[in-house]
Design a protein around this ligand. Sequence first.
Ligand SMILES: [Zn+2]
Length: 242
Amino acid sequence: MLEDLNYLIQLQEIDLRIKEQELAQEQYPAAVEKLTKQIAHTAAALDEIKGKLLEAENDKKNWEDQVVKAHLGLEKSQERLNSIRTNREYDAVHAEIEAQKSIINSAEQRRNNLVNEIEALQKSVAEHQAELDRIKAENEPQINGLQQKIGAIDSTIVAINKEREAVIPKIGRHIFRQYELIRSRRKSGRVISTVTNNRTCTICYKVLEPQFYNEIRKGSKVILCQSCGSIMIWNPGESNGA
Ligand SMILES: [Zn+2]
């Protein structure tokens, strides 16, 4: 029985190592996701500004086309002035000329405003691009590092599981089942309470009664903590000479 208990302590140590790897396996992908989202968020902001810039450039082109068109109309109207015969005709052509001049004025005004807007947007694109480059340079190596760790966790767990499989046959079936049952109910994965000279359960810290404590020291049978139900084992590291 004593031998069983020693292997049970080994099993607990192995299981806690697996637990630690599994915890990392849970946490690393979330960290990768956070870093990836940060890049995507910055890239989306850059795309939005680029979209606005493209729109402003198209608008500017439209107003420039309108200016050209109005200039052509203006030239035609001015040519017509030469062949005018009546005052009524003269007034009509003059009205046309005024209208075209007004179109040219407002279109040029809109176009000039857009030139300023485009300049500001180009500056903003450059700033967002620099921010994206900076975040990529910062996050991408971290993402790669985490992904390598995630990849290594699987093989680490496989290796620890081999240790586990080697220890299990050395433990009695009954006591192993008891261990597994308690372990399945515990989030911490801690099943074994190693008792030392301070006479307390190392899991729930209950102080042990002398008779109970003496039985644990003997290690002749499986004893569960009366308070938390952990398997109590005299700590072999402390047992020599104690
Ligand atoms: Zn306890």
